[in-house]
Write a protein that binds this ligand. Structure first.
Ligand code: AMP
Length: 419
């Protein structure tokens, strides 16, 4: 199946092949015609499946055949939860548009950098705006942009945008949009509660569900290594040495841990850096560019790097600290094994977070074998999770904590310790 047979113009089909896309991926096969026909879309597609191009290509086609946006207006609004994703989507749009007969005006706006150049960029209107919600609201407050002419709204990583953390900002943006518009929601995961919210936004959507067996399933080998918490940096160094990975993304739970672990690796002569929400936008862009170019071997990051970031040829992801939720686990490991490559996702599990990892496995419907690496075998035992006799309900039949409650408590304890 070719890109033109999906309804894309020869110029856009050519733009796709210039990016090395030989044939549409499963999500592109389903989403491109649906979007071109004007349908709302609710697409669940694995990370790495080509979902960015699945909406960027038809958006560009709609722009080619549509009218120009007036000053301080836009026809197409793409909302993204992180600055990195916004920048990445902007790059994809620009790459796909570079050889078109005419070029769209693409504005990428996100926080952490000066607002003035973004206000200037919007002055004459923008054909497509890719934005994080917070900065978009700032620009709207400055009257730099109006949303009354938006025809198409895209929520990428939609589950995150519909989640509580963004709920307020998102509803303020939605209130400013015209009621009749095309809505395109994409995400790798749609937990049930979020799916219900998503459905309220959509008008008779085409539902696209690309399960891993439909798509070329990412080839990610998931491993679990049991290790004492205090030994994790040494084990990481050992793995870097024995596997010889060209580049690795290491996830930790806090900004402080990111700096600390990156510092320890640097002290050991490893080309490492930290990436977290306290880094300036310049630093964030620079360390990602350095990892991609090979100047860095290890990037130690918090979950700011978990979603959507596309790092080609990333052979390994390490969960130095476990993610808080099974959904974050999916996003983290999805940074490797992208675009047909294979990858390894390694989770370090110490005794005190074994219960939390079991919860992640349960939600993922997985049971992974535990490995131990010679010289790094754990010595610490799991904390006692039995109900103490003096907790008020010990010994009363029917009031004992269930196994599930105990697992939840252990996970909560672990989370509390980290935060
Ligand atoms: P995404 O799922 O959008 O993050 O895309 C993952 C990677 O797949 C990106 O590096 C894209 O450049 C690449 N890609 C997107 N569409 C195709 C395609 N049709 N054929 C090959 N690679 C693609």
């Amino acid at each position: 199946m070719s890109f033109t047979s999906l309804g894309l113009s020869p110029a856009l089909a050519q733009a796709a092949s210039a990016q090395g896309y030989l044939a549409p991926t499963a999500v592109q096969l389903a989403a491109v015609p649906a979007i071109l026909q004007g349908h709302d879309v609710l697409a669940t597609a694995q990370t790495g499946s080509g979902k960015t191009a699945a909406y960027c290509l038809p958006l560009l086609q709609q722009w080619l055949t549509g009218s120009q946006a007036a000053p301080r207006q836009t026809h197409t609004l793409i909302l993204l939860p992180t600055r990195e994703l916004a920048a990445q989507v902007g790059d994809t749009l620009r790459q796909l548009a570079q050889d078109l007969p005419r070029r769209p005006k693409i504005a990428v706006v996100f926080g952490g950098v000066s607002i003035n150049p973004q206000m200037m960029a919007l002055r004459g209107g923008a054909d497509i705006v890719a934005a994080t919600p917070g900065r978009l609201l700032d620009l709207l407050a400055h009257n730099a942009l109006r949303l009354s002419a938006v025809k198409t709204l895209v929520l990428d990583e939609a589950d995150r945008l519909l989640d509580l953390g963004f709920a307020d900002e998102l509803s303020r943006v939605l209130a400013l949009l015209p009621p009749y518009r095309q809505n395109l929601l994409f995400s790798a995961t749609f937990p049930p509660a979020v799916r219900a919210l998503a459905e309220q936004l959509l008008n008779q959507p085409q539902r696209i569900d690309i399960t891993p067996s439909d798509a070329a399933a990412p080839d990610i080998r998931q491993r679990v290594i049991e290790v004492d918490a205090a030994q994790r940096t040494l084990l990481l160094r050992h793995l870097l040495h024995t596997h010889g990975w060209e580049r690795v993304l290491v996830f930790v739970a806090s900004r402080h841990s990111a700096d600390r672990v990156a510092g320890k690796l640097q002290a050991a002569g490893i080309r490492a850096a930290a990436l977290h929400g306290d880094c300036s936008q310049g630093q964030r862009g620079q360390v990602l560019a350095d990892l991609k170019s090979g100047r860095l071997q290890v990037l130690v990051a918090t979950d700011v790097a978990a979603r959507g970031i596309d790092i080609a040829r990333l052979p390994a992801v390490v969960n130095y600290d476990l993610p808080r939720s099974p959904v974050d686990y999916t996003h983290r490991i999805g940074r490797t094994g992208r675009a047909g490559a294979s990858g390894e996702a390694i989770s370090f599990v110490s005794a005190d977070c074994a219960a939390h990892f079991q919860l992640i496995e349960k939600r993922q419907r997985l049971r992974l074998p535990r490995e131990r690496i010679a010289g790094f075998e754990p010595k610490a035992a799991a904390p006692e999770t039995a109900v103490p006799a003096n907790d008020g309900n010990g010994g009363i039949k029917g009031k004992r904590k269930s196994k599930k409650d105990k697992l939840r408590e252990a996970a909560a304890r672990e989370q509390a310790e980290r935060s």
